[in-house]
Design a protein around this ligand. Structure first.
Ligand code: PGA
Length: 251
């Protein structure tokens, strides 16, 4: 069995007090991990707090976005180098909420992936179709195109340094999940593309599923052979739900 990766994405949630309670409970409950790695991607202002609170814990830290530039006159942006100073190992790139609300396009996402790899961060790259695309039967074409464009600037050797997350946009925060057949189909299309275009053996790269993973459906979703882990939004805000999902992922 491959080692699963469980990534919590807090999005724009948290406060110093609620974060502290979350970190305390996480540290008490997770002292050893069996066949699973955990990452929490928290809002940038709380990275310093998390870095101290999770020091010496087995949970890795991640960010939810980064600038396509290393430094300079880019008001409001946060660079990869800054994220690294605050202990980040991972960074989510191209989440559908960045694409939707911040007009992020595949070429910008490609630049961000390149800069993450250049600075030693592991990009968690999101792809997935919208509801309209899903209804129009365009899932495979959309995901293939996103993948092609976001990977365009990378040599095969660098592609093995990323984690991919298939997140149907219509499944995010809605309580709807993709069917097992659909997840398997999209994951196998991604695998085939990686093999045929970039000569990458599927085992070399993790492909997560994301979209409404909860404790009550985690077993069904995370034990599928093609699924190497999960990207978890709202259930990662509740420590009990997050711990339950981690425990399911450990098998
Ligand atoms: P959700 O979010 O688990 O709340 O659906 C997933 C995500 O946005 O990555």
């Amino acid at each position: 069995m491959c080692r699963k990766l469980i990534v919590g994405n807090w999005k724009m949630n948290g406060s110093l007090a609620t974060n502290a309670a979350f970190f305390d409970k996480l540290k008490i409950n997770i002292t050893a991990l069996n066949n699973v790695d955990i990452v929490i991607c928290i809002p940038a202002p709380y990275l310093a707090q998390a870095q101290i609170a999770l020091n010496n814990s087995i949970c890795s830290l991640g960010a939810q976005d980064l600038s396509a530039h290393l430094s300079g006159a880019y008001t409001g942006e946060v660079s990869a180098l800054m994220l690294k100073e605050f202990g980040c190992k991972y960074v989510i790139i191209g989440h559908s909420e960045r694409r939707m609300y911040h007009c992020e396009i595949n070429t910008t996402i490609a630049d961000k992936i390149a800069i993450a790899i250049q600075t030693g961060l592991i990009p968690i790259v999101c792809v997935g179709e919208t509801l309209d695309e899903y209804k129009a039967g365009q899932t495979n074409t959309v995901v293939s195109h996103q993948l092609d464009t976001v990977l365009a600037k990378l040599d095969s050797i660098f592609i093995t340094k990323i984690v991919l997350a298939y997140e149907p946009v219509w499944a995010i925060g809605t309580g709807h999940i993709a069917s097992q057949e659909m997840i398997q189909q999209v994951h196998s299309i991604i695998h085939a593309q990686l093999v045929n275009k970039y000569f990458i053996i599927p085992k070399m790269i993790k492909i997560l599923y994301g979209g409404s993973i909860k404790p009550n459906n985690a077993k069904e979703l995370l034990t599928m052979p093609y699924v190497d882990g999960g990207l978890i939004g709202s259930a990662a805000l509740n420590i009990d739900d997050f711990l339950a999902i981690i425990s399911i992922a450990q098998g």
